[in-house]
Design a protein around this ligand. Structure first.
Ligand code: GLC
Length: 478
């Protein structure tokens, strides 16, 4: 039995700010339980404590001394769906209303990484593999190898580091390496921990882990180019033999139109009726005209530059000139929020903007709309398009990262495909494909229904990808 420890800053069902939480939740469940004993470590965020306090079992107490950091912490365990979650409690750093976005985030991340090692020592628990996720836990391999290396059991641990989004790297003053992580100066001097005379958590993870993965094959290639590399393309090229792209799946229990808490459950056997009922329900719920013939499209997304919100902001009025309705759900940069508020004001009954995030409403939208818009500028994997397909909703995406790998575009001749896609990042290109989709929806329902069935049949589970991670685990720890 191989012991694998997932280290992340967020995970469902406890807490979620982004797709990272979906993956850290779904992947451990999909791994072979007879071969891998997986645990997940998380900070005990305030929200988790409030909601799960009666399920936490106290395990131990640890001291965390690391440069100027002098803190104590408690370690709890919480079982959920057969997976053990270890949670590190420290009120100075984690008893806060939000997960990220504080001035002292770097101290919080540094504390957390060191606390994970102190926890392992205290519990006498040494995994064969640590699988860390994103920059928040990216310094774990370096800590194991360069600071805690006197302990053989720690020195021997193998490391996988998964990049969920290369844009967020954790770039800080170099003093962080000494003041909070207590590394020896020589590892800065020799370049291992240095990047542009600064400390860059992401870069440290990339050069010190045994294997680096990211969340789709296309993104793994893209990030080796200057256009997508965010200054780390050369470093990623240097690690290209150990860099793998493995596409994400979704949790099929959480996202299942047959059992989900939506207006009417459906499967591939009664999807037309199911979609029609859910479409009418979401139109009613959001104050749209109840109109089964309008092409109902949605964007469910953080409204940031990454997600291509500006492309929709540029051409929603052109879309609404046709027999179309639009739903936007999300929050983000205020310029996009304003654009969509204006859209709603000028098109009451045909366009609606829900400013905020609401998981239950998101599910009803996936179930009720005809098409999901995801014109991302870049997208490491993307999760919404996977959920959409499972609910018979056709994604319209830009061909980048995981969107390219999962949404096979419509082919008129073969009726293959499960969505629509365009290449260049421009509203004009998006509109060309939108028009094709619109014509198909209004005038060729037969093909549209084939695409819906293709989408629903497509395997969006984590099963196939879990096997690929298992291969990597086996390669590292035989
Ligand atoms: C990040 C990426 C997204 C990916 C998710 C999970 O949020 O932006 O594309 O699906 O991580 O890996």
């Amino acid at each position: 039995m191989k012991k694998v420890l997932f280290a992340a800053f967020e995970s469902l069902p406890f807490i979620k700010t982004g797709g990272l939480a979906d993956v850290v939740y779904a992947l451990p469940k999909a791994l072979d339980k007879n071969k891998y004993e997986v645990r997940v470590v998380l900070p005990l965020h305030k929200k988790i404590k409030e909601q799960y306090y009666d399920r936490l079992n106290y395990l131990d107490h640890i001291y965390v001394h690391s440069g100027y950091i002098n803190e104590e912490a408690n370690v709890y365990s919480c079982m959920n769906e057969g997976i053990e979650y270890l949670m590190i409690e420290n009120d100075t750093f984690f008893n806060r209303d939000d997960v990220y976005g504080f001035n002292d985030d770097v101290v919080r991340f540094s504390f957390y990484n060191v606390a994970i090692l102190e926890m392992m020592i205290k519990l006498d628990y040494y995994p064969d593999i640590i699988h860390s996720h994103d920059y928040h836990t990216a310094v774990l391999p370096a800590l194991c190898r360069l600071r805690y290396n006197a302990i053989e059991a720690i020195r021997n641990i193998k490391h996988i580091f998964t990049i969920h989004n290369l844009v967020y790297q954790g770039i800080y003053d170099k003093q962080v390496l000494f003041d909070f992580l207590a590394f020896d100066y020589r590892y800065y001097e020799n370049g291992t921990l240095r990047f542009n005379d600064q400390c860059n958590f992401m870069k440290i993870g990339i050069v010190t882990a045994d294997i680096v993965t990211t969340v789709s094959e296309t993104y793994a290639k893209e990030i080796q180019t200057p256009q997508f590399g965010n200054n780390l393309d050369m470093i990623l090229q240097y690690r290209k033999d150990d860099l793998y792209g493995i596409v994400n799946g979704i949790d099929e229990t959480l996202f299942n139109p047959a059992t989900d808490n939506i207006y009417q459950n459906f499967t591939i056997n009664n999807y037309l009726k199911g979609k029609e009922a859910n479409k009418a329900a979401i139109q009613r719920e959001l104050g749209l005209e109840e109109d089964k013939d309008a092409l109902l499209i949605a964007m469910v997304s953080r409204l940031t530059f990454q997600k291509g919100a500006e492309l929709l902001a540029n051409c929603y009025s052109e879309m609404l000139n046709r027999h179309v309705q639009i739903i936007v759900l999300g929050t983000g940069e205020s310029k996009y929020e304003y654009a969509f508020r204006i859209m709603e004001n000028n098109n009451r009954g045909r366009a609606v903007f829900y400013c905020g995030y609401n998981e239950a409403l998101a599910h009803s939208i996936y179930a009720g709309v005809d098409m999901l818009l995801m014109p991302s500028l870049f997208e490491p994997c993307g999760i919404s398009q996977l959920i959409a397909m499972r609910y018979g909703t056709l994604p319209l995406v830009r061909e980048t990262g995981g969107l390219k790998d999962t949404v096979e575009p419509y082919n008129w001749y073969t009726k293959a495909g499960r969505g629509f896609s365009f290449g260049p990042y421009s509203s004009w290109d998006m509109m060309q494909v939108f028009n094709i989709a619109y014509e198909l929806y209004q005038n060729n329902k037969e093909h549209w229904h084939v695409l819906m069935r293709n989408a629903m049949k497509y395997d969006v589970s984590f099963a196939a990808s879990a096997r690929k991670y298992e291969e990597l685990y086996d390669k590292l720890a035989c």
